[in-house]
Design a protein around this ligand. Structure first.
Ligand SMILES: [Ca+2]
Ligand SMILES: [Ca+2]
Length: 253
């Protein structure tokens, strides 16, 4: 056996000893990894796919029915949730889905239709009156347990001939969870006859809710209401702590 024959034999044996699949062994494994990373695949219903995150569904929301004479904006736990889509007239009901979280601090700014300088409406010819009512699907309703404070009053002593008004500065954080409303008075309940709601009120569920304002339905024109709901008033169990995210509507970022 000469040297060159010996070298050829060794190379042949080395080639035979290499597993033929070793060169092409990676692609099937890579394909498997890619499948596991594919977030676009439809996931089996009701199964967690390697994640313990449970997201809320629309069936976890409740309906909020809100009517203001004449306008409102509403915050829940510091987040802007609903704004009356119609400025003053005609009167309307705003119905939105909300994802309740407890404790739930509700803060509402409500405005009667009133000129800022005279407190009058309809080209300074009339004194209008306010009113606010709300019902959530979890049983939350407006009543005299809410706090209420007026920030715009007039025309003072109903003087239409020479109307004067008072404006109280509105605190910047009036809608915050930790805002101190402990010195505010309770809201005052008013009768349906006094508020005289328009048709949309009767087409929506407000059963069990009371009309609220300050004691002066006619002359207090901008009123802020606040309340804190510890748990679902209808007795439902507390919802789990859903992942929610947070919208910053302040345009600060
Ligand atoms: Ca008024
Ligand atoms: Ca009004």
């Amino acid at each position: 056996m000469n040297f060159s024959f010996h070298l050829s034999l060794c190379l042949l044996l080395l080639h035979i000893s290499l597993p033929p699949q070793s060169v092409a062994a990676d692609p099937p494994k890579q394909t498997q990894v890619d499948q596991n990373k594919d977030e676009t695949r439809p996931r089996a219903k009701g199964k967690k796919q390697g994640s313990k995150i449970v997201k809320p569904r629309i069936s976890d929301t409740v309906r909020a029915n809100i009517y203001a004479d004449n306008w409102f904006k509403l915050f829940i736990n510091g987040n802007l949730v609903a704004v009356d889509s119609i400025s003053f007239i005609p009167h309307n009901v705003v119905s939105v889905d909300i994802l309740p979280e407890y404790p739930m601090t509700i803060a509402v700014m409500a405005k009667d239709n009133a000129d800022k300088d005279t407190g009058l409406e309809y080209d300074n010819t009339k004194i209008g009156d306010g009113g606010f009512i709300l019902k959530f699907g979890d049983g939350t309703v407006t009543n005299s347990t809410w706090k209420a404070k007026s920030f715009f009053h007039g025309p003072i002593e109903k003087d239409i001939a020479e109307p004067k008004t008072t404006h109280t500065p509105i605190p910047e954080n009036w809608f915050a969870i930790d805002f101190d409303d402990s010195k505010w008075k309770q809201a005052v309940e008013h009768t349906e006859e006094a508020v005289r709601p328009k048709d949309p009120f009767y087409e929506n569920d407000f059963q069990g809710a009371a009309w609220i304002w300050t004691k002066d339905l006619a002359l207090d024109n901008t009123v802020i209401f606040r309340t804190r709901i510890a748990s679902p008033p209808n007795g439902n169990p507390l919802p789990r702590a859903w992942p929610r995210g947070k919208i910053d509507e302040s345009e600060k970022r």
